[in-house]
Write a protein that binds this ligand. Structure first.
Ligand SMILES: Nc1nc2c(ncn2[C@@H]2O[C@H](COP(=O)(O)OP(=O)(O)OP(=O)(O)O)[C@@H](O)[C@H]2O)c(=O)[nH]1
Ligand SMILES: [Mg+2]
Length: 341
């Protein structure tokens, strides 16, 4: 089980542009003074924390991040253009280490906090700078300085964005296994999951996020029944919950299951009880006419709230659910970023 997301990349800053060697050429001044401008500085590689980014997923697939070189100095004392900096967006909470020495370079704890991991080289001075009383016509200029290059390790303690809760065996681990990179154990007996699983759901442009699947909760969990309720703390800091239910002969109804679980949440913490829930009826591949009444009762109960019917096994309804979940994550991130700034 991995609670830490990591990426190792080489950051290469741009080289400074060389200074120019040039002399003024004007009609009546055949031997004008030196006018070679300085080279531009090289671009730097800068890591910036962004509330809208959830994981290091996008960085993980880069081996190298290279910033542009600075432009050459030019005649008429014109400076070369500066190389553009590369901004690498990472989640708030990312720690930056030097990959060789393991030294901690920075801990990005706030939105838009940044750290330069590789500084661009200075541009070389043009020959205009080297003019002196004894040297009227310097025939040389400085080369540009090399940019810094550094291998860095980014490390992020994953906090789940979305928690999946429900009775044992409703299919929580099955869901996380089909939507994320997590490969938890799945079995028909209760309490298959004994410790939380975290999975990264890949989304387009910085939209990836983290989902937590926790052990099943049953009535009396707050008193220690089943595995107890201590795992609820792993979903306490999520943005919202997927509350998964099934129709099973083992229990009276999904509506009642929801009431029981909501009570357990409230007994654990107010914060958890208040969290927004998406109700998901799973295992819809196996329901027939006999389950219709309970299904209708659940639809009635969920009316006006986010509600989805899916099958983790056949994947029916999964696309609709995951589109909704992805948009919700983005919506919550927007709110959090708004609060932070
Ligand atoms: N028919 C059907 N079976 C499913 C579906 N999803 C899960 N299952 C089965 O239900 C059983 C329990 O699935 P899990 O994913 O382990 O359930 P869980 O909620 O993680 O269970 P615990 O970890 O014990 O709380 C397994 O036998 C799964 O194959 C589904 O959509 N349809
Ligand atoms: Mg499980």
């Amino acid at each position: 089980m991995k609670f830490v997301d990591e990426a190792i990349v080489t950051a290469r800053a741009g080289k400074g542009g060389p200074g120019a060697v040039s002399f003024l050429h004007e009609k009546y001044m055949p031997l004008g003074g030196p006018d070679g401008g300085d080279g531009g500085r090289g671009g730097s590689v800068v890591i910036i924390a962004d509330e809208n980014v959830g994981t290091l997923y996008d960085v993980r697939f880069k081996r190298e991040i290279q910033a542009d070189d600075g432009g050459k100095g030019m005649n008429k004392n014109m400076f070369g253009r500066a190389g553009e900096d590369v901004l690498v967006r990472v989640p708030v909470g990312t720690m930056i280490y030097d990959a060789r020495s393991s030294e901690l370079l920075a801990d990005l704890t706030t939105h838009l906090q940044e750290y330069t991991v590789a500084k661009g080289g200075r541009g070389g001075q043009g020959n205009a700078r080297f003019k002196s009383s004894r040297r009227q016509a310097p025939q040389f200029a400085q080369p540009g300085e090399d940019g810094e290059s550094r291998r860095i390790k980014l490390s992020l303690k994953l906090l789940a964005d979305v928690g999946i809760i429900g009775f044992p065996s409703v299919g929580k681990s099955t869901l996380i296994s089909v939507i994320s990179n997590a490969r938890p154990k799945i079995a028909e007996y209760h309490f298959t999951t004994l410790v939380p699983n975290l999975g990264i759901v890949e989304g387009a442009d910085f939209r990836s996020y983290v989902v937590a699947d926790i052990p099943g909760i049953i009535e009396g969990a707050h008193k220690g029944t089943g595995l107890g309720h201590r795992f609820l703390r792993h979903v306490e800091r999520t943005k919202f919950l997927i509350h998964m239910v099934e129709i099973t002969p083992a229990r009276p109804s999904p509506v009642e299951d929801i009431a029981v679980l909501d009570r357990e949440l409230a007994l654990f913490s107010d914060e958890l009880a208040k969290k927004e829930q998406i109700i998901v009826l799973n295992k819809c591949d196996i329901y027939g006419p006999e389950e219709e009444e309970l299904r209708r009762e659940l639809r009635g109960f969920a009316a006006g709230r986010p509600y989805f019917e899916i099958s983790g096994v056949t994947r029916s309804g999964l696309k609709e659910l995951m589109n909704f979940v992805g948009l919700k994550v983005v919506e919550y991130r927007g709110k959090e970023a708004g609060q932070a700034s």
